[in-house]
Design a protein around this ligand. Structure first.
Ligand SMILES: Cc1cc2nc3c(=O)[nH]c(=O)nc-3n(C[C@H](O)[C@H](O)[C@H](O)COP(=O)(O)OP(=O)(O)OC[C@H]3O[C@@H](n4cnc5c(N)ncnc54)[C@H](O)[C@@H]3O)c2cc1C
Length: 456
């Protein structure tokens, strides 16, 4: 069957696109969603069942629909969660809200488009007919669509060094994908744990370890040893920032922002003022300036921009103060397996020549899924080989235009191909969190709706 739209993926981006398509397509249209994750729409972020895994954005900004901003807050009220809009709900509750919203939309039979969920992975891509794109599926089937929306997330970054040593048995103690939380059950209370990476994923893993009864030392290693900062309990008014008046060079922009932060009631006023204009600002920067930002400012941007809920931060920082969590800054040199339960991570200490080591029973890769680009995905590699997609110049993901549409280099008539989510960071930069993705998902659904109308 040839569908009007194929959505590939089963995380937040996919559910946001599907919910908007249901609202924007006519009842004659057909949509197929390809994804093999259990719990469609939850993706890596919202499938956690641990209550302590909180959203890092207040509930009032987490509605699926930008035009109905309080929907999630109302859902929380309806489910007797005693939370307000400025509170940070659990990610599990958010996953339930996503599920309920989609189910509610699909329950309406009258006047809505057909939506088929195909439980499979897209393993390959083919162009069989004019104006359609086909996908080969892990279940052996093949389906084609006139519009395709790639919602594949950015996957997991690989280990920064390949483990060596004779103790192959110990390799199961290297956790390459910490989001499969089953590994936590195997950890003994006093086992030493080494976590690579010091971002939001690391904080999640530390708190999950504690919730599973772990009481031993956790060493955290990252290049700069920077950890995410916290939201304030009481929100401050964001500063109004006019991007037109900002200088062109990133160094001058950062100097300006630092000055503003010094004079503001709190530095978060400046970061929050940047939120609505970040994409415009990114588009204003030349390619060399964007690249300069990534080289020099990225770690600081991340810890100030992607903050944690105040009590999550409090729980984490109390472990640092108690010496249970030790954050080291350095460059990982090697991972050596010594015996069935011994892992030695050697690193060069930041700003020093000295080599130090961390000995642990477990090594957990939290170096981030954020910027793994397209390398993690065999499907995207295949699509690139076929000339269906291209990497953006900064290798953050797929090159798209302002409408999130992949621009083909050839003139042949083809299916329209869109991408939603962090893979479009080259064009939009901040496109990782719900408040940004939901706007993109709506715009893509509207664009497909218009394209559908013109065909009918
Ligand atoms: C732990 C965590 C917490 C977060 N917390 C927040 C928060 O509080 N607030 C916020 O705004 N943002 C948060 N984020 C940001 C978050 O990334 C986005 O909100 C959103 O979850 C991204 O969804 P996605 O669908 O783009 O990617 P993903 O969730 O990564 O989903 C991609 C999906 O595509 C599927 N897929 C990949 N390849 C194929 C294929 N070939 N065929 C079929 N399916 C495929 C994968 O299985 C996966 O289900 C958090 C992120 C993480 C990781």
């Amino acid at each position: 069957m040839i569908y009007d739209v194929i959505v590939v993926g089963s995380g937040f981006s996919a559910i946001a696109v599907v919910c908007n398509l249901v609202e924007h397509l006519s009842d004659t249209a057909s949509v197929a969603v390809i994804g093999d994750d259990p719990g469609f729409g939850r993706g890596t972020a919202y499938r956690t069942e641990l209550h302590l895994h909180r959203l890092n954005v207040p509930a009032s900004r987490m509605s699926l629909f930008p035009e109905r901003p309080l929907e999630f807050v109302k859902w929380l009220e309806g489910h007797e969660r005693s939370l307000q809009g400025s509170d940070f709900a659990s990610r599990n509750d958010y996953g339930l809200y996503l599920r309920d919203t989609l189910a509610g939309l699909l329950r309406k039979r009258d006047g809505r488009c057909r939506v088929d969920f195909v439980k499979a992975k897209a393993t390959g891509c083919v162009e069989r007919y004019t104006s359609t794109l086909g996908f080969q599926l892990s279940n052996g089937d093949e389906i084609a669509g006139r519009h395709v929306v790639l919602c594949l997330g950015v996957g997991n970054a690989g280990l920064p060094a390949q483990p060596f040593g004779t103790a192959a048995a110990g390799r199961s103690r290297i956790i390459k994908n910490p989001w499969r939380l089953s590994w936590l059950r195997r950890v003994a209370p006093m086992d030493r744990v080494c976590i690579l990476g010091s971002g939001l994923t690391m904080i999640d893993q530390v708190l999950a370890l504690r919730a599973h009864g772990h009481r031993g030392v956790i060493d955290v290693l990252s290049r700069r040893g920077l950890i995410p900062l916290d939201h304030l309990r009481t929100q401050v008014a964001p500063l109004k920032i006019d991007t037109q008046t900002l200088p062109a060079k990133i160094s001058a922009i950062l100097k300006f922002l630092r000055e503003q932060a010094r004079d503001a009631e709190d530095w978060r006023c400046v970061m929050d003022g940047l939120r609505p204009v970040t994409q415009d600002l990114w588009k204003q920067l030349t390619l060399p300036e964007r690249s300069r930002f990534l080289r020099h400012a990225l770690p600081w941007w991340n810890i100030h921009r992607h903050r944690v809920a105040p009590d999550v931060f409090e729980s984490f920082i109390s472990l640092v103060r108690a010496g249970t969590v030790r954050v080291q800054a350095g460059f990982l040199k090697s991972i050596e397996m010594q015996g069935a339960d011994g892992i030695v991570a050697k690193y060069r200490m930041r700003a020093l020549r000295e080599i130090a080591e961390i000995r642990a029973a477990w090594l957990v890769n939290c170096t981030g899924m954020e910027r793994a680009g397209i390398d993690h995905s065999p499907l995207l590699n295949e699509m690139m080989r076929l000339g269906l997609i291209a990497q953006d110049p900064l290798r953050l993901g797929i090159q798209v235009n302002d409408r999130s549409e992949v621009q083909f280099t050839t003139e042949t008539e083809r299916a329209r191909l869109f991408c939603v989510g962090a893979l479009t960071a080259g064009q939009f930069w901040e496109i990782t969190a719900v408040p940004d993705i939901r706007i993109q998902a709506k715009a893509v659904a509207e664009e497909i709706g218009r394209s559908q109308e013109s065909i009918c």
